[in-house]
Ligand binder design. Structure first.
Ligand code: HEM
Length: 140
């Protein structure tokens, strides 16, 4: 009798690959620590509330869901769209670039698997560019 073929292994989710809840939290914490302490991100920091804790929690939950982990962020905000939430913000090319730069550093410094880090950077770059209001883009 021939052995039954082994079931195909389910590939790990992006959430598993980043290291689950600890992996996401470390990246988000590093991102906001950089934003908070480095003068080059001062314009981006100035857009945020004095207390960054609620945003730290929110971004951690958002990225958790976005990477295929628990969906608490979406459950707590039925119908929420991250792009719409940023539409009213006065995001400029500079602050968008600062966001992507700080996040890219946080991914590298936390030794996120290079292929996953590159994939995330590309997605964040596209999202951040799409968050710049058209008026600002036209003026640039
Ligand atoms: C284009 C560059 C971006 C800028 C300048 C920016 C700026 C901001 C600001 C000012 C806030 C409000 C925080 C506060 O009031 O303290 C915020 C919230 C938030 N941002 Fe961004 N953001 C950018 C890109 C992104 C991207 C690409 C993502 C997702 C990958 C993201 C996810 C979030 C989340 C989850 C929140 C919290 C929303 C909430 O719970 O109210 N942001 N952002």
């Amino acid at each position: 009798m021939t052995a039954a073929p082994a079931p195909a292994e389910t590939p790990p989710s992006l959430y598993d690959r980043i290291g689950g809840s600890d992996g996401v939290r470390l990246v988000v914490d590093r991102f906001y620590d950089l934003m908070e302490h480095e003068p080059r991100y001062a314009p981006l920091r100035a857009m945020h509330e004095a207390d960054l804790m609620p945003t730290r929690v929110s971004l951690t939950q958002f990225l958790t869901a976005w990477l295929g982990g628990p969906r608490d962020w979406f459950v707590a905000r039925p119908g929420a769209c991250i792009m719409s939430m940023h539409r009213a913000m006065p995001i400029t090319r500079d602050t968008a670039a600062q966001w992507v730069h700080a996040m890219s550093r946080a991914l590298v410094e936390n030794r996120v698997e290079p292929a996953l880090g590159a994939q995330m950077q590309q997605s964040f770059l596209r999202m951040a560019n799409a968050m710049i209001p058209r008026v600002e883009e036209a003026a640039a």
